[in-house]
Design a binder for this molecule. Structure first.
Ligand code: SAH
Length: 215
């Protein structure tokens, strides 16, 4: 698990390119600069780790594009001490960014192999993220309510269970839509049953699958 000067240099260039694309929150850029992204990809793919592109991580899933991670994190508006629920752990990279920002992170993954691999790897890096295996649409009721909920897969809808686990005043970010392209949405919960909605443009995510978890 080496993080060499070469890796650090590549990472710095990636962070500079994300800043140029419009992410100006230095706390988010610092968080991403402190995480050795190349360790989240198979070692033979080092060359790709610091490209601003999504990349396959096995089980048919991808680690999101760094710019997309930065963008979702930015509009989620995470504060130190927040309880944040992530749906779609994938490689665990996004969850680490949230913990670096001072959040207590809970993350759900429905692919068992990926859940097991990611949990072991991220625990080994020294993060204290709480990973769950299961259907993210159900949330994590025993740890609710959450200040923030982040969905990192394309969702056709937001389940009532998830919405009910968001604090009043809390925010939920989701790429919403069923086709190839989704609209990034931020909901702010204004009362037990109401919310306001903002839209942030088009993105492409792998689908959020419904119901049963999958080994
Ligand atoms: N946040 C990840 C990238 C997520 S890719 C990262 O930083 O690497 C989307 C992930 O959502 C995939 O791993 C996929 O298996 C998972 N997923 C899809 N449907 C799900 C569901 N219903 N519940 C939980 N995870 C789900």
């Amino acid at each position: 698990m080496v993080d060499s000067y070469r890796h650090k240099g590549m990472r710095k260039r990636l962070i500079d390119s994300i800043r140029k694309k419009g992410i100006t929150d230095e706390k988010i850029l610092d968080a991403m600069n402190s995480i050795p992204r190349h360790l989240f990809l198979d070692s033979s793919f080092l060359e790709y780790a610091y490209d601003d592109k999504p990349f396959p991580i096995g089980s048919g899933q991808t680690i999101s594009q760094p710019y997309t991670v930065a963008f979702q994190t930015d509009i989620l508006d995470v504060q130190k001490g927040h309880k944040v629920l992530e749906i779609g752990s994938g490689s665990g990279y996004q969850a680490c960014v949230l913990e670096e920002l001072g959040a207590k992170v809970f993350s759900i993954e429905r692919q068992k192999k990926l859940y097991l691999k990611t949990k072991e790897f991220i625990d080994g890096l020294g993060y204290s993220i709480k990973f769950f295996y299961g259907d993210g649409n159900k949330g994590a009721p025993s740890f609710a309510p959450f200040d923030r909920i982040l969905i990192t897969a394309a969702a056709p809808e937001i389940s009532e269970e998830l919405f009910s686990q968001l604090k009043i005043g809390g925010k939920l970010v989701v790429p919403l839509g069923e086709g190839d392209v989704q609209t990034m949405i931020r909901l702010t919960k204004t009362s037990e049953n109401d919310f306001s909605e903002e839209q942030f443009g088009a993105f492409r995510f792998v689908p959020l699958l419904k119901n049963k978890a999958n080994d």
